[in-house]
Each structure stands twice: as structure tokens, then as C-alpha cells.
Design a binder for this molecule. Sequence first.
Ligand code: DX5
Ligand code: ZN
Length: 215
Amino acid sequence: MKMISPSLLSADFGNLQRDIEMLNASECDWLHVDVMDGLFVPNISFGQPIVKHIKKHAQKPLDVHLMIEDPGRYVQDFRDAGADILTIHYEACRHHDRVLHAIHDAGMKCGVVLNPSSPVCLLEDIVQLCDVVLLMSVNPGFGGQKFIENTILKVQRLRRLIDDHGSKALIEVDGGVQGDTAPRLVQAGVDVLVSGSYVFKSPTPEQTIHELRSL
Ligand code: DX5
Ligand code: ZN
């Protein structure tokens, strides 16, 4: 059984509470929260005030994916806003060891995110510190994009790297996760599936979450 982290980026922002309550009632494990700064990625989504409101209604851990430059500046802010898992992009951060420790010290689970063009070998010296490694299977910034096939090989490489280093990190994949890609990701060794448009555009999102989770 896989863990599911539906991405609220595809929720109806005018009815966020309703959509969060749907997720509370579903079998999903985490709520995936995409924070974008318009600099690291071209898009701007939302910041701490909205995360705080999400936290007020959510009954499951908030899996906050920071797509922002120099994420170390905001560790405490997102802890205060209610993040339970905080992931930072490898490409947006200079001092990974320092920031990952800061996330742990603030009482959250931590993780590193890799863009599609960043190889998993970059993680050799930090994978032991990670609770989660998030592989982007699209270029970050937008929902509803096409899955990049190379991710399947990357998941297999990451699984080997995690095992070789005796790390306990979960493998999470984000972008283009849907009916055809999800089973292949699971077979390749993924632990946590993020899914935005596929879940929220489904006529029966709770059922779709159930199906993804049962893969
Ligand atoms: C993209 C975000 C994703 C996004 C995924 O940069 O990190 O979490 O919501 O959306 P889908 O599942 O529609 O590809
Ligand atoms: Zn994301």
C-alpha cells in the first residue's frame, strides 16, 4: 500500500475548506502544499498565511513543498504556519546540511527535492539526513503537466542509493501522477505519490485516492 499526498494546488481555492474536508474524509495520508515564489519557479502560489488556514482545517500532516529560493530563510515561518514535513529544492539551497538540520531542530520531518535534470547522485552525502526524497517528474511550477518518463529510471537509482547508504528516506514523486503512470512508479519503488489534477479533476476524488492507495 502506497501513501498518497494530494496536491492542493489543483483544489478550488474559493472552496478550500470544502476540499480539505473531502481530503480529511478520504484515505489520503498527507496534504501536499505547494509554495512558489515566482523566482525559483515562474509561478506564484501562496505563502504562510494560506498554509495557516489550511492547517486549521486539515486533519492530516501537511507536506509542504517549498519551491522558493534560499528556503533556509523560512524554516521557522513554515513551522509556525503548521508544516509537518518540509521539503526544500536541492537547486534552491546552498547549505543543505545546515537547513536540513534546522528543519529537524524545528520539529519537522525534512526532505530534499530534485528537479528532473538533477541526478540522484547529488544526494550521496545528505540522504542519511532525509526523511523524504521528492523527485519531480515535471518541471516544477504548474499542475497538469506531462509526466517525464526518465523518472522511472531515477526512482530505481534512488532506491539503490537509499539502500546502499542505509537511509530510511521515503521516495516521493510529484508531477503527472495519474492512472497510467502511478502503477509503474509503484513498481519502480515509490513510497509516496503526489497527485493534483488527476485527483481534483476526477468526478469522484475520494474513490480516485482509494484506487491510487491500493496500487
Ligand atoms: C508542481 C507541483 C505539483 C503539482 C502537481 O510544481 O509541485 O505538486 O500540483 O500537479 P499534477 O499532479 O497535476 O501534475
Ligand atoms: Zn509539489
